[in-house]
Write a protein that binds this ligand. Structure first.
Ligand SMILES: [Fe+2]
Length: 199
């Protein structure tokens, strides 16, 4: 397969997967079960590793401090059903945060530790579980669910991230800052890229 053929096959596979995801939402709404079903659609898509090789997802430029590159694979005209591929080339430790929309993370390459939290009575967070996202596994989060992401940086990590609404639209997310015991505003993401179009 040439890079151009691969890009076309990838678009078709993504389009088919997103049709299934939309159909699940139409039939079931947003419930723990429906987002688990959406996750399973992405686990199937992730099995097509021939369509998602690392070489098609360029790492962040050496001139930036960024260690992650987020590539948009699909997004509806009304910004719903946003699917991204995230490449992480270095260590990451995010604070605990929410998404204000449903979120699904599915692994393709490398390991990403997720810590899952409940809100604590004192106003902070209390860890309740851990889950490793890697090839063949995924995590589905409801809008108020809290998690943090931890990547050790020893190897590239490539994951799908899918959200009920595009990341640029999520203006009201929060993260918890344990140093000060405060919930802070998590700014909407920027710097999301489209995949380069192969010649
Ligand atoms: Fe998150």
């Amino acid at each position: 397969m040439t890079p151009k053929e691969r890009a076309a096959a990838r678009e078709n596979a993504v389009r088919a997967a997103m049709m299934l995801v939309r159909a699940i939402e139409v039939a079931q709404g947003v419930t723990r079960q429906s987002i688990a079903d959406m996750r399973d659609v992405l686990i199937e898509l992730a099995k097509r590793r021939d369509l998602f090789p690392l070489e098609d997802f360029p790492p962040p430029e050496a001139t930036t401090e960024r260690k992650n590159a987020l590539y948009r694979l699909s997004e509806d005209a009304d910004h719903r059903f946003a699917l991204y591929a995230q490449l992480s080339m270095g260590g990451t430790n995010s604070p605990a945060h929410d998404h204000t929309t449903w979120a699904v993370i599915v692994g393709m390459e490398g390991k990403e530790l997720n810590r899952l939290y409940d809100p604590a009575d004192e106003g902070g967070v209390v860890e309740k579980d851990q889950f490793v996202v890697e090839a063949g596994t995924g995590l589905a989060l409801m809008p108020d669910d809290l998690h943090s992401i931890h990547i050790d940086g020893s190897e590239p990590v490539l994951n799908f991230h899918m959200y009920g609404l595009a990341l640029e639209q999520l203006e009201h997310r929060r993260y918890y800052k344990p140093e000060t015991g405060e919930w802070k505003h998590f700014p909407a993401s920027e710097g999301i890229r489209d995949l380069p179009i192969p010649a």
